[in-house]
Write a protein that binds this ligand. Sequence first.
Ligand code: ADP
Length: 189
Amino acid sequence: MRLLIIGAPGAGKGTQASSIAEHYGVPAISTGDIFRANIKGGTELGKKVKAIMDAGDLVPDEVTDEIVVDRLDQDDAINGFLLDGYPRNLHQVEALDSYLTANGQRLDAVISLEVDPELLIGRLLKRAEIEGRSDDNEETIGNRMAVYTSQTAPLIDHYAQAGLLVPVDGVGGIAEVRTRIIDALDARS
Ligand code: ADP
């Protein structure tokens, strides 16, 4: 299984990604988690991306693309993966396509996790209290939403036209949404 999961900030991508990936026996690869781990570890990459993430902007494509390619080249991703948070704009879509084509691979499905925008901000502010992510504050959330709408939302049309889109209602309990995703994916194969 080669899967993407797309959704607005707060849609629950990360929560669902790990359990869906586990279900299909593939690694969940989250660009946001990779960046956060680098910030925590004080690496050069972490220093480069900290201010960008705190502002809610996208890390430059050349940095992100390289990280994803290096990760997909690892042994555990050879037979499949679930990418969470990548691609996030049309340039990244092309970069991923080139990688897959060069490796004789293709995507099986793109999960689009749909949540009413009005619910998203409340979810993020609640998460801020629990996890303390430095980009979960009102100002940064506003910018992340704007970046999502202008740069990432167009990917939904793109993948719909490619016949890969699997829209899933992301409102409900974690287990309920998980079941919806797995049922929708299994209905395709
Ligand atoms: P969310 O979807 O809730 O914003 P993520 O963990 O996916 O959470 O992303 C957090 C931040 O990490 C983004 O706001 C951005 O700064 C950076 N980031 C993650 N993935 C990408 C990507 N594919 N391209 C550029 N920046 C990214």
